[in-house]
Design a protein around this ligand. Structure first.
Ligand SMILES: [Zn+2]
Ligand SMILES: [Zn+2]
Length: 140
């Protein structure tokens, strides 16, 4: 599977027993399958997020954040969706397999949105499009 943003081959990273496809050595984006959810317990979530943010990237890779992306699995165009109640950050979601693509900058944005208490409260009521995004909830 290749990165939908920079075409670098994605590499599987095992975090807390779940496989995440990372653009290691490329743009640093992350692919989340929409299954194998629910294996997470709250105490692990932050550690998982830290590991994903530490993926080595090639700073010379240029990514067009506005470009339409194709699902790396199904090769169909992905749709942009707001992923938190604040509706600031959009991530790519595949209408076919339900996977999500997050650019490295989006990860940081999603994470900072989740830091706001109101968003965290709202996210409990209305689950975000992919439960993996809950990894980026800070536990203050
Ligand atoms: Zn990439
Ligand atoms: Zn797909």
């Amino acid at each position: 599977m290749n990165c939908p943003a920079c075409a670098n081959p994605l590499r599987k990273l095992h975090v807390e027993g779940v496989e995440v496809d990372t653009c290691e050595g490329g743009c640093g984006g992350l692919w989340f399958d929409n299954f194998e959810l629910a294996r997470f317990d709250e105490p692990h979530e932050l550690a998982a997020a830290e590991a994903l943010l530490m993926v080595p990237v090639d700073m010379s890779v240029e990514v067009d954040y506005q470009a339409k992306r194709q699902c790396p699995k199904c090769a169909v165009p992905m749709m942009r969706h707001f992923c938190t109640a604040l509706r600031r950050t959009q991530v790519d979601a595949c209408p076919q397999c339900g996977g999500n693509w997050l650019d490295v900058g989006e990860l940081t944005q999603v994470r900072s949105e989740f830091r706001e208490k109101a968003v965290r409260a709202a996210a409990k009521e209305q689950p975000v499009i992919n439960k993996h995004l809950r990894w980026f909830v800070a536990t203050d």
